[in-house]
Design a protein around this ligand. Structure first.
Ligand SMILES: [Cu+2]
Length: 398
């Protein structure tokens, strides 16, 4: 009896040991994969293997970005070249910096300004040149300059503003190192003018010119942006506002009427600019309204009682829930379509998803210095330091 109990006890111990071994091995496997991935991810941003062939290396003038947790170590011997190559493949082109060698500094410092046009036989003709530029997103002591791809040397590119029914012609010259195109986001137009290689046109090669022409749609907020390698080219700055005004304006327009284009950047510890691609491991560490991070974002100053319209456009790869302090706003337009009063929600926070354009209006009836900011809290930092990023200041004065 005793012997049989001992035998069963031994069997139980052996079975328990076996279970522990299996669970242990499974747990170790589960743990080791993400750790290995994290190690690879951390190494990649400073392993610009591709770029080292064409780039002169880190820009000394851009040194001093303390990346903290975003930081990364150069590839270690044990990592080996094969591992580095594997990681490059996993991360795609998000791991390569936007080439900065020979890129000139921007001559303008404010983006999204109205673009002058000339009239030819009743057609409004606009000219755009897509070209690289060194663009300041933060000035002063902690200045940060990114390597951007721009329209006419600014981020965002210049605002095209026309009246509904206008005939519009846009001549695009490509001075980028790669092919590009322009898509007219939200604007109904003939298919051949939609700007989407390979579906509607061939890519516009470096040095080439392509002319777009269409009729301006009914009034609303739109944008234009590249439609080639979009997760690189749009993240690098190839976007701009396009506004269509009503042919017969309503009695009283808003006193302030601005468009805020929201986007993200990644500046690496090497000072180079990487396209922010969250799902490719290239997390952004700077966030901009019209190409500027707070405190360089343009403040809005209004008198008490004046009306403010802000056209919010998320052109990057994140949703930005924009929250206004001190006052509520009405959502008066969605994706370029003005909303009738019965559909206008009153809110103080509105999520702006990638590709969406949301028009809000409010009466500035509360005196003070109010902020209108993204409520994803990482997005109100500059490289991890708050306040920064997607904060706009609205100053209501007597
Ligand atoms: Cu955000």
């Amino acid at each position: 009896m005793l012997k049989q109990n001992q035998w069963q006890w031994n069997k139980l111990v052996v079975a328990l040991l076996a279970v522990m071994l299996v669970v242990g091995a499974y747990g170790a496997g589960r743990l080791s994969s993400p750790q290995a991935l994290a190690a690879k991810t951390a190494v990649t941003p400073t392993a610009p293997i591709e770029s080292s062939k064409t780039e002169a290396g880190p820009r000394a003038s851009d040194g001093g970005h303390d990346m903290g947790q975003m930081g990364s170590a150069p590839p270690t011997d044990e990592m080996g070249e094969m591992d580095a190559m594997d990681t490059m493949d996993e991360m795609g082109h998000g791991s390569r910096p936007i080439p900065s060698t020979g890129v000139p500094d921007a001559s303008e410092t404010v983006g999204g300004q109205p673009l002058a046009y000339r009239e030819e036989d009743g057609v409004k003709v606009f000219e755009l040149t897509a070209r690289p530029v060194r663009w300041p997103i933060l000035s002063g002591d902690g200045s940060v300059v990114v390597t951007a791809w721009s329209y006419n040397g600014t981020v965002p590119g210049p605002m095209i503003r026309v009246t509904e029914g206008d005939r519009v012609r846009v001549v695009l010259k490509n001075e980028l190192p790669t092919a590009t195109s322009i898509h007219w986001h939200g604007i109904p137009l003939p298919n051949a003018m939609d700007g989407v290689p390979p579906f509607t046109q061939e890519p516009v090669q470096p040095g080439e010119i392509f002319t777009y022409e269409f009729t301006a749609p009914p009034t609303g907020s739109f944008m234009y942006h590249s439609h080639v390698d979009t997760d690189l080219q749009i993240m690098a700055g190839l976007y701009a506002p396009f506004i269509v005004d009503p042919a017969r304006p309503r009695a009283a327009g808003p006193d302030v009427d601005v468009m805020w284009m929201l986007s993200e950047w990644r500046v690496g510890p090497d000072g180079e600019t990487y396209p922010a691609m969250p799902m490719a491991g290239s997390e952004p560490n700077y966030f901009t309204i019209n190409g500027k991070a707070y405190p360089d974002t343009e403040p809005i100053v209004v008198k008490k009682g004046e009306t403010v319209r802000i056209r919010l456009a998320a052109i990057g790869q994140f949703t930005h829930p924009m929250h206004l302090h001190g006052m509520n706003f009405r959502i008066v337009g969605y994706d370029g379509v003005p909303l009738p009063p019965a559909q206008q929600l009153t809110r103080n926070t509105v999520p702006v998803n990638p590709g969406e354009i949301i028009d809000i209006e409010f009466t500035a009836d509360n005196v003070g210095t109010w902020i209108f900011h993204c409520h994803v809290l990482h997005h109100v930092t500059n490289d991890g330091v708050e306040p920064g990023g997607l904060i706009g200041v609205i100053q209501v004065v007597e």
